[in-house]
Design a protein around this ligand. Structure first.
Ligand SMILES: Cc1cc2nc3c(=O)[nH]c(=O)nc-3n(C[C@H](O)[C@H](O)[C@H](O)COP(=O)(O)OP(=O)(O)OC[C@H]3O[C@@H](n4cnc5c(N)ncnc54)[C@H](O)[C@@H]3O)c2cc1C
Ligand code: SF4
Length: 457
């Protein structure tokens, strides 16, 4: 029997979105923020049990700011958030919100819309006016961070507050890392990224744009010039399938390159029929972007089953799948491409096998095995491979790279965020397995503390 008073708390105040038929025509943001009445009603559902907090990599005091918003105290809320998270509007908009899967209401009813509550608080706050800053005196110490993604921005924020000057070297002309180069504008606008970056810069953090470490300046020079180095270079090297024919046309591209080119303003002609290979969130973004570039038919081909796709079962993955399907993207499961058919330099389509799934002895993900006695063909004007990415180490001299201990493809760090090289710290996608913004923020916070200790501050 329901506890009196809790029955109304089981359902969340609906989060509105633009009509899929309309939104797929442009790059304007498609989610509609809560009104003050909606956000207060939603925040008031929270029981302040705190179950969600350990699920947040940055351990943000979720019940604290949600309660503040329920009481109409937005300014108190933004200050609670900023203790642990200097990118609240970005995370309020696109965080993978694992906290919501841990919410006490998740299994019985609907999780509190934590992300949207945070978004309201951040969107309606003027940080320069509302966030109480206690900046310590200049220590004379200088730290350099490679890459202007969330990990380096977080390092910059916490070190600047502690009187340490931070220079960020960024290869591209815009800030945000994958938040700006990967996540499409219909999910996260550049204005929104700039709002948070500008606030961090207002504390004295400097971003040096168009400066590629390894080309514009050497890594060893940075080690000499600064008291500590932070590697926040992310994962920007495509992992490709190596399918025959891929190198015979420029109509086969990797999703990371495709999304970056679109983000930097290039108008790519994808033709009418687009195939996206993959099943994770990058495949969703690439397919929805192809629709917005004018493709008439966009299909996602994935080697496993629907239920085996990356992060399946999390509310984030389910939401992204539903939103993509609602815009008209078609999904084809259990497929292995074996040839991209190119004639006279022109892409014609893709040959593929269907897979059967073989359960693994002792558990683990079922393995896709191609059934090779029957071949299939599908026409395509463009094929986009959303098959993962890894760190590009071209900025590191060979002898330094050899000293850097790795954990599979990721850089290994200790509890303070320091790598196997003295004074060189790392975080974000280059280090963690979860590869999302809030994990990069958590890594940045950890490394900032580690650097302060290392510098004796
Ligand atoms: C398509 C896509 C969609 C995503 N969607 C989400 C989402 O909805 N929610 C979420 O939480 N996460 C999402 N992510 C993941 C998220 O963007 C990353 O986990 C996060 O940005 C990683 O942060 P980072 O600071 O480690 O590195 P990045 O954000 O990758 O930033 C690294 C920066 O370093 C720069 N750089 C690299 N090498 C050099 C060099 N030699 N010199 C100078 N600069 C250099 C790069 O240009 C880049 O700007 C998405 C990722 C992709 C690819
Ligand atoms: S788990 Fe849900 S109800 Fe409990 S504090 Fe977090 S948001 Fe509130």
């Amino acid at each position: 029997m329901a506890v009196p008073g809790t029955i109304n708390k089981l359902k969340r105040v609906p989060v509105k979105q633009r009509d899929p038929k309309e939104r797929k025509k442009d790059f304007e943001m498609y989610t509609i923020p809560y009104t003050i009445e909606e956000v207060m009603a939603e925040a008031d559902r929270c029981l302040a049990c705190g179950l969600c907090v350990p699920a947040c990599p940055a351990r943000v005091n979720i019940p604290g700011y949600v309660r503040a918003m329920a009481d109409g105290e937005r300014e108190k809320g933004i200050n609670i958030i900023f203790r642990d998270l200097p990118l609240p509007q970005i995370c309020g908009t696109v965080c993978t919100h694992r906290c919501e899967d841990a919410c006490v209401f998740h299994n019985r009813g609907e999780a509190v819309a934590i992300r949207h509550v945070k978004r309201y608080i951040a969107e309606n706050s003027d940080y320069t006016r509302d966030v109480k800053i206690n900046k310590k005196a200049d220590t004379g110490k200088r730290v350099v961070a490679i890459g202007a993604g969330p990990a380096s921005l977080t390092i910059g924020y916490y070190l600047a507050l502690n009187g340490v000057h931070v220079d960020i070297y960024e290869k591209h002309k815009i800030p945000g890392g994958m938040m700006a180069l990967g996540i499409p504008r219909y999910r996260l606008s550049m204005d929104l990224i700039n709002k948070e970056v500008d606030f961090i810069k207002s504390l004295g953090v400097e971003i040096k744009y168009g400066m590629e470490v390894g080309k514009s300046i050497g890594f060893e020079e940075l080690m000499k010039k600064y008291d500590a180095v932070f590697i926040g270079a992310g994962n920007h090297k495509p992992r490709t399938t190596g399918t025959t024919g891929a190198d015979r046309t420029d109509r086969v591209m990797h999703a990371i390159d495709f999304l970056r080119r679109v983000a930097l303003g290039e108008k790519i002609d994808v033709g009418e029929k687009v195939i996206v290979i993959g099943g994770g969130f990058t495949a969703m973004d690439a397919s929805r972007t192809a629709l917005r570039l004018g493709a008439k038919k966009v299909s996602v081909y994935y080697r496993r089953r629907f239920e085996d796709r990356p992060s399946a079962g999390t509310s984030n993955a389910e939401e992204e799948y539903e939103e993509t399907a609602a815009e008209g993207v078609e999904f084809v499961w259990t497929v292995t491409p074996f040839e991209y058919v190119v004639e006279n330099g022109r892409l014609k389509g893709m040959k593929y096998w269907k897979n059967r799934m073989v359960e693994q002895e002792g558990g683990g993900r079922a393995k896709p095995v191609p059934i090779k006695d029957k071949e299939y063909f599908v026409e395509a004007d463009t094929i986009i491979e959303a098959t993962g990415q890894k760190i590009d180490f071209s900025f590191l001299p060979e002898e330094i790279k050899n000293k850097l201990e790795m954990d599979w493809n990721d850089i290994k760090v200790d509890a303070k965020g320091m790598t196997s090289i003295e004074g060189v710290f790392a975080g974000g996608d280059a280090v963690n397995r979860t590869k999302d913004i809030i994990s990069a923020v958590a890594d940045g916070k950890k490394a900032a503390k580690g650097i302060l200790k290392y510098l004796g501050i």
